[in-house]
Write a new protein. Sequence first.
Length: 173
Amino acid sequence: MKSLPPIAIRSSELPDAALLARLIALSHRDVAQRFGLTAENCPKHPSMCTEDWLRNDFSRGERYFVLELGREPVACVATENPNAEVAYLNRLSVLPAYRQQGIGERLVRHVVEDARARSAKTLSIGIIAEYVELERWYAKLGFVPGETRRFPHLPFTVRYMAYALDSVEREPS
């Protein structure tokens, strides 16, 4: 792993909607290409992210965090709490040029701590089930594979994974 400039993770607000939409769309474009996802067959895939999506996310209470290297935004993540027991980790997005440097893991750790601070018991994610490398990566961080579901509006199967937040000692490795 090469040395990185100073890293800062900051909360993001509605004025960042254009920045977030760009980070999310660019970060997921290669996944869309790999799995043949288009605006026609999967209009809600993160590679199609728009500012309107972010406005809707913020209006329903989803929180976003941006990771900056120096002052350059290179990654982001979203989280929400659908109920007191569960937090979701959404739209983890790292620009391709900055992958494999621990940035995604840093953002996951940040969301783990945020969820713990909100007293959630479980952090949940949904991924493309066929994206086995991503499933392995999350498993390495402590997420446990759960059910797999097929939805008629999606051209792929969804794999749910969960991270138990009940142990303070347990951290993504």
